[in-house]
Design a protein. Structure first.
Length: 178
């Protein structure tokens, strides 16, 4: 069995799509995940399973949440190696100490035609970004919440994305035993 990281998108945000972590853990365990751990309330999960089981767990989770909670959460499954590679390939190591302003966007697939020109046009002078396959890095020193680049990156990349700050990414790696 290996460690996997499951990133759920848009749960427990602004009082919408409520899913208590205790319930999420219970659903994942019912689906066959073992040693399930969560980090904060926004859908960050680490668990162990075989590869085929992990894929099945990730796909079945949405249906189970839809049945019990009435909404279908988007999710992205990463292997421990996927997460390790994203950490190791961070193009902005000088920004790691600014953990809340360094974002890692995990993409459902590598973008076929990302609009890099429009991304560059949106960025503030202080902002930096880098696309590396299925990972989009963004350092927004003035804050991600006010960044036009952050707000529009998924649309301009043309691929579903879920982002986590550097602190969360590193904590998930710790939880996965590395």
């Amino acid at each position: 069995m290996k460690h996997y990281i499951l990133l759920l998108r848009g749960i427990n945000v602004g009082g919408k799509n409520a899913l208590p972590m205790k319930e999420l853990v219970s659903i994942l365990e019912d689906l066959g995940a073992v040693e399930v751990g969560t980090y904060i309330q926004s859908g960050n999960v680490v668990f162990q399973a075989g590869k085929e089981a992990a894929d099945r767990i990730a796909s079945d989770l949405g249906r189970r949440v839809k049945r019990s909670r009435g909404f279908l959460p988007a999710s992205l499954l990463l292997s421990q190696n996927d997460l390790r590679r994203a950490i190791e390939r961070n193009p902005f190591p000088d920004a790691e100490s600014d953990a809340s302003r360094l974002q890692v966007g995990f993409l459902a697939e590598a973008p076929a035609r990302p609009d890099m020109e429009r991304l560059a046009a949106l960025k503030l002078e202080s902002e930096r970004f880098h696309l590396d396959g299925k990972v989009f890095y963004l350092h927004a020193p003035k804050g991600v919440g006010t960044s036009k680049l952050a707000a529009n990156s998924e649309r301009l990349l043309g691929v579903a994305m879920t982002a986590r700050n550097w602190r969360t990414v590193c904590r998930l790696m710790e939880m996965a035993g590395a």
